[in-house]
Design a protein around this ligand. Structure first.
Ligand SMILES: *[C@@H]1O[C@H](CO)[C@@H](O)[C@H](O)[C@H]1NC(C)=O
Ligand SMILES: *[C@@H]1O[C@H](CO)[C@@H](O)[C@H](O)[C@H]1NC(C)=O
Ligand SMILES: *[C@@H]1O[C@H](CO)[C@@H](O)[C@H](O)[C@H]1NC(C)=O
Ligand SMILES: *[C@@H]1O[C@H](CO)[C@@H](O)[C@H](O)[C@H]1NC(C)=O
Length: 195
């Protein structure tokens, strides 16, 4: 099904009772019940959905709930909670796959796609790479309200970059950067190659 508007998706989520609780996986912090519409191409991401790995090659398009005034900006991140080897070894988790700042609120009203320019990314989108045999990995996509136009990473987080992405403490990041969660969703994907 192709959903062309944020409101129709939110209506659908409500009708399925998905806004009742938890747009984030059990145990994840910060948790939220605010929905974020994200989709890989036209594949809608609903909390906990299994997505074919090949479909995750390009960053998801994002639609912000609430759709604030045009000057509002957002910061979006994606983390793997099961890096490197799923249940067998999560020592690198959360692994930062994407940290993109200064994303404008959805404009015009209907457009649900924002292909963020790569130059505003702290950590450019890096597609999920769950090793074969490590089972499904959980990926959380979180959007925050970005209070200032020019966002500065908290001192303790400036080391995270395109190359260093391990053990990104999302709750601490949100706290130190004083960010409010605007919405979230999550999905699972795995590499089904036999080992
Ligand atoms: C799955 O893992 C194999 C072996 O590491 C790799 O060659 C392949 O590209 C991966 N599949 C996808 C869809 O990334
Ligand atoms: C877990 O993964 C890390 C990173 O790859 C590795 O250094 C460590 O040895 C692994 N631990 C176990 C118990 O396999
Ligand atoms: C969103 O992106 C998909 C895939 O690129 C495209 O087919 C669709 O037309 C886009 N929708 C809008 C509203 O831009
Ligand atoms: C960095 O983290 C440490 C340990 O959690 C904390 O004590 C310190 O206040 C933090 N520094 C900054 C600049 O946020």
């Amino acid at each position: 099904m192709k959903l062309s508007t944020c409101s129709s998706l939110l209506a659908l989520l409500v009708s399925h009772g998905r806004l009742a609780c938890c747009q984030t996986p059990p145990g994840f912090s910060p948790s939220t019940n605010k929905a974020l519409y994200a989709s890989f191409d036209n594949l809608e991401i609903t909390p906990g959905k299994h997505v074919p790995l090949a479909d995750t090659a390009v960053s998801p398009s994002i639609c912000f709930p609430g759709c604030g005034p045009p000057q509002d900006t957002h910061l979006v991140l994606m983390v793997d909670l099961d890096a490197p080897d799923g249940a067998a070894n999560r020592s690198l988790s959360p692994l930062l796959h994407w940290l993109q700042q200064s994303i404008p609120a959805r404009l015009p009203a209907i457009s649900s796609n924002f292909s963020a320019p790569a130059d505003t990314a702290v950590a450019p989108y890096y597609m999920p790479q769950p090793p074969p045999g490590s089972g499904p990995h959980r990926y959380v996509i979180l959007a925050f309200d970005q209070p200032q136009k020019t966002f500065r990473l908290p001192a303790n987080f400036t080391q995270f970059s395109n190359t260093y992405r391990f053990n990104f403490d999302v709750a601490k990041f949100a706290e130190e950067a004083k960010l409010t969660v605007a919405g979230a969703t999550w999905f699972m994907t795995q590499n089904t190659t036999k080992v």
